[in-house]
Ligand binder design. Sequence first.
Ligand code: ADP
Ligand code: MG
Length: 312
Amino acid sequence: MGEFDLIRRYFQRPAGDGVEVGVGDDCAVLAPTPGARWLVSSDMLVEGRHFLSTVDPARLGHKALAVNLSDLAACGATPRGFTLALALPRVDEAWLAGFSRGLLALADAHGCPLVGGDTTQGPLNLCITVFGEAPAGQALLRGGARAGDEVWVSGTLGDARLALEVFRGTAALAGDGFEAVRAAMERPAPRVALGQALRGIATSAIDVSDGLLGDLGHILAASRVGARIDADALPRSAVLAAQPLALQRQCGLAGGDDYELVFTAPPGARLPDVGVALTRIGTLEAEPGLRVVDARGAALEHGLRSFDHFRA
Ligand code: ADP
Ligand code: MG
């Protein structure tokens, strides 16, 4: 199978809403909504770095798009389309069928069509660029938080990291518990509806990709505020809550790959109900820095750091 047959078979879909030209020409042609702003983000997934070669291809397709939709969610954007740049070592039709099934199912679920891309031979590597829209001036950014705002997080934190620790052999889990945290790692649910519903309510937002402490730190730096976070208030799954406390804290505070939203809102803000649990985990303070305390208010010496590709 050649390059163009491969594209036609696995990646070409009929042009949809707002897509005047999709896959098949030199450029896609998209029609913007009047008054809207484009929000654009790219995320790359590299074999051995972001996923294991043994991962189910449908789950990999899902995750490749999910991590990108999560960036749109963090900005309160409505997804409009995406491109896929793909390097493949060889044409493996079973792999391609699974990958495109997982990818396009999530795309359809979010009304976010695949509008173009690039395909080349090489070490397995995926790069997606998503395009979204938000009304002018309404994107949720990192820099709008103010001292006194409350810090909220969606869903639960730490399951993806717990799954990674099981794969690494540093934690043990079996049966349903393992399947649950593995699904959190391999099939994250981007909080797209929540992000859009937070427009005009949240003062800042970010998605948790590298770990809560580091990602919240980006909000603090951009907004020039500090925070006090209650480590015992972090929402965690029953599976994580059954682990030793030190591991719970490591996974929850510094785990990463959660793709939940962390956002700030003034006290008393009316938060949207989109069927995702929201938990208040702390408060912003004028004093710079991130203070982690336990339920009794005692400072926690955690020594934890979020993920950084270029640090050990
Ligand atoms: P060009 O040489 O003009 O860059 P290509 O031959 O790379 O075009 O791609 C042909 C068409 O297929 C283009 O519309 C491109 O956007 C699309 N395309 C290529 N690879 C992919 C892919 N992995 N997913 C979706 N569309 C793709
Ligand atoms: Mg090309």
